[in-house]
Design a protein around this ligand. Structure first.
Ligand SMILES: Cc1cc2nc3c(=O)[nH]c(=O)nc-3n(C[C@H](O)[C@H](O)[C@H](O)COP(=O)(O)OP(=O)(O)OC[C@H]3O[C@@H](n4cnc5c(N)ncnc54)[C@H](O)[C@@H]3O)c2cc1C
Length: 468
């Protein structure tokens, strides 16, 4: 296993099986799993034992913070990325201690955030923590808890937290046809080494224009002036940039109870942006102010209006909500001015395979683009019924996990307790982070994940006690 000072599982775990302690298994050691472990260890539950199972063997990285490119920055300022909601300065102080940029307004390199999570866990780690560098293949409910199967062994836990995170994007389709496996087809946009290794004069088409496409464009264009990138997405919208704001959040008066519709929310947003503008406040403060009530508003939309939101407003909301760091936005603007980056609306219509290269037909352009690579930057697959992940496929087949109606995540309560295919709670089985998206909508970024982790640290000791 790659470097980490926390103990690995087998010796510790064998000991726990005899010591009568309660056990929590965390499946996934990305940001969600790490924050859950950090909050469990920081709590006073001395009889809880925590095992993190991480398939890659390396903690803290996951997809978001596993990038090796230092130009890939956090899209959230340091002051909002502390592991602890009640100690907002924790990341900033860590940055100062370790010789990184200590400005609370800064956007740190994402790989530094993995180091922060790992060091924070190490600071709290004692004999309550074990790390298993293995992929979990199955989680089976048994009397009093679960059996967690990995690397040919089964261990017991009273509670299991599924922190499997973001899955690689669904296979890219053009004109209803899945793209073939071909040298030019880069299905994993987070494989930075493979992207960086493309020829120095490559023409690359990125399917998608969100934050992952922005990262990919930077990796491709910053080092090689001879490369050219075409970003193609349905609406051709780039994430908006962050700016220095005089006011952090504009508190919009939202309807306090009862159902709401997607159109009402859009109207509310427009009205508040206008009201803020009249007082000299930027629209970003309105977006930030709506973040706290978002989960409750989402639940009050109900499935039909949620679907309407997705169809009519989601993309426009996402580009305002998930913004680029200012330095990142400057790079992207410069590439466009230099003519090396082109943004095209309408998406990819068809791709013809020509061996090592391909010809890409874009929906709203008469001419085609000869490309050395097409990178799938369309975003993580969220529909677990289509997953290729062996653990998730098994749990879905068994009916333990079920996709939510909108196929954004899995069915669960707002606190993350899993609801099985018949809508019944699976006592002791929780999800954290991105899999809660269908239930909460706003659940994929650290400020929400750390709050979920803190709640789980509060809930799990009792869950374990009642299981035993
Ligand atoms: C490119 C990108 C950039 C982002 N940038 C930011 C940002 O700047 N700020 C912010 O707040 N949010 C950001 N986000 C949002 C992001 O979703 C969260 O911040 C967070 O990283 C999600 O972490 P996670 O652990 O849930 O998922 P992941 O990062 O996907 O990690 C899941 C982990 O679980 C492991 N795993 C999965 N299945 C198993 C199994 N069966 N057994 C064992 N291990 C398993 C995987 O190996 C992986 O390490 C970003 C997201 C992406 C995709």
């Amino acid at each position: 296993m790659a470097s980490t000072v926390v103990p690995e599982a087998p010796p510790g775990q064998q000991q726990w099986q005899r010591d009568g302690a309660r056990r929590v298994a965390i499946v996934g050691g990305g940001a969600s799993g790490m924050l859950t472990a950090i909050h469990l260890l920081a709590s006073r539950s001395h009889d809880l034992r925590v095992t993190i199972h991480e398939a890659s063997g390396v903690l803290g990285r996951g997809i978001a913070y596993g990038t090796t490119d230092p130009r890939h920055l956090l899209n959230v300022r340091s002051r909002h990325m502390s592991a602890f909601p009640d100690i907002p300065s924790d990341l900033v102080e860590w940055a100062a201690r370790t010789g990184r940029e200590p400005d609370a307004q800064a956007f740190l390199p994402r790989r530094d955030y993995a180091a922060y999570l790992t060091e924070t866990l190490e600071r709290l780690a004692d004999d309550r923590l074990a790390v298993s560098p293995t992929r979990v293949d199955d989680v089976v409910a048994v009397p009093g808890g679960f059996e967690v199967h990995s690397a040919g062994e089964a261990t017991r836990a009273e509670a299991v937290v599924l922190a499997y995170g973001n899955q690689t994007p669904a296979r890219l389709e053009a004109g209803g046809q899945p793209l073939p496996d071909a040298p030019w087809h880069l299905a994993d946009p987070w494989d930075v080494e493979r992207i960086a290794a493309l020829p120095a004069d490559a023409t690359v088409v990125l399917a998608g224009s969100g934050l992952t496409a922005v990262d990919t464009a930077i990796t491709l264009l910053d080092d090689a002036p001879g490369r050219r990138v075409v970003m193609a997405s349905r609406q051709g919208l780039l994430p908006e940039p962050h700016i220095e704001q005089s006011s952090t959040a504009w508190l919009s008066p939202v309807p306090v109870s009862g159902p709401v519709t997607a159109d009402q929310l859009a109207e509310l947003f427009r009205g508040q942006v206008e009201a803020a503008r009249r007082q000299g406040v930027d629209w970003r403060a309105v977006v930030d102010g709506l973040r706290a009530p978002t989960q409750s508003l989402w639940q009050r939309l109900g499935p039909a209006e949620q679907r309407r939101f997705l169809a009519s407003y989601a993309r426009e909301w996402e580009v305002r909500r998930h913004r680029m760091a200012p330095g990142v936005a400057d790079r992207i603007a410069a590439y466009r001015t230099e003519g090396r980056l082109e943004l095209v609306a309408g998406g990819v219509r068809a791709v013809e395979d020509h061996g090592r290269r391909c010809e890409v037909h874009l929906a709203e352009r008469p001419d085609s683009v000869w490309a050395d690579a097409v990178v799938n930057c369309t975003g993580p697959l969220t529909d677990v019924s289509r997953t290729a992940d062996p653990l998730l496929a098994t749990l879905v087949r068994r009916g333990t996990l079920a996709p939510d109606e909108l196929r954004l995540g899995v069915t669960c309560t707002p606190d993350g307790e899993v609801l099985d295919v018949s809508g019944q709670p699976v006592p002791g089985l929780f999800v954290v982070g991105p899999p809660r998206k269908g239930t909460l909508w706003e659940t994929t970024a650290v400020p929400e994940i750390r709050a979920q982790a803190a709640t789980l640290a509060h809930l799990l000791p009792e869950v374990c006690r009642s299981a035993g």
